[in-house]
Design a binder for this molecule. Sequence first.
Ligand code: NAG
Length: 253
Amino acid sequence: MRSIYAAVPLIAAAGAAASYPSDRWVFGDSLFYLGPPSGNARITKATYSIVPPSVPSGAKVSNADDEVWVSVWVGASSSAGSDYTNLYQPLFNWSPDQESQGCSATDEEWCVAASTYTPDGQVGQSYVPVPSDSTVDFEIAVVDKKVIQTVTIGGKVTSQQSDALDDPLQYLYSSNECYTGSGSCGTLGGYTIANLTVTLSEADTNFASVMDLDDVTDATFSSSDGGITWHTDRVTVSSIDFDSTDDTELSSF
Ligand SMILES: *[C@@H]1O[C@H](CO)[C@@H](O)[C@H](O)[C@H]1NC(C)=O
């Protein structure tokens, strides 16, 4: 659960069906990437909603003790993807064997949890099953010197975590990733990151200019209060074939 910006395309053959190595991370090439704000402005809050797509199809596992899994998330960080900074990343997770991930869902459902990548390891809550077709609301908020992640389904808080803020937040980005385990992840359907609102500590009228879109479409990221609060109705993420080098990049770790 790290950033695509730590990823390098090790397999250059465009369009080839990948035979990715085992126990590696593969990142989908459909994401948005936002930051940094200009001047002293920092990200203080991000809220958004996601209806997860159907669970991935076509995943293969050859050793049940070494499962594959797929994660979908939006995360906030002080850095553009350094391994040495926290990444506050409440995430959806799916595996053909959900129990291997500590989640009581069936293989037709996603699981969700507040979770933080730290340089000392991942610190996350237990996964909670997401009922099919649920809208899941996320909030990542800086409160005092803490970052509070809140995951809500149907108005009920499903997962929450508070971590120390390591450094002020300057980046928000989305990702979908496959851990190849002893197999391959198959295809993830497209999904929408809806009602995305990002709040800054002070106005930055140019914040939209640091919104990068990589094979996603954005409804229009704009501010109606002079640059403090930024909003888009939706960022639409494409379907990812995790087994194709057209759609993915293999991590270097
Ligand atoms: C969008 O998010 C805001 C919180 O930022 C919330 O108040 C509002 O109800 C949401 N709108 C929809 C259509 O879900």
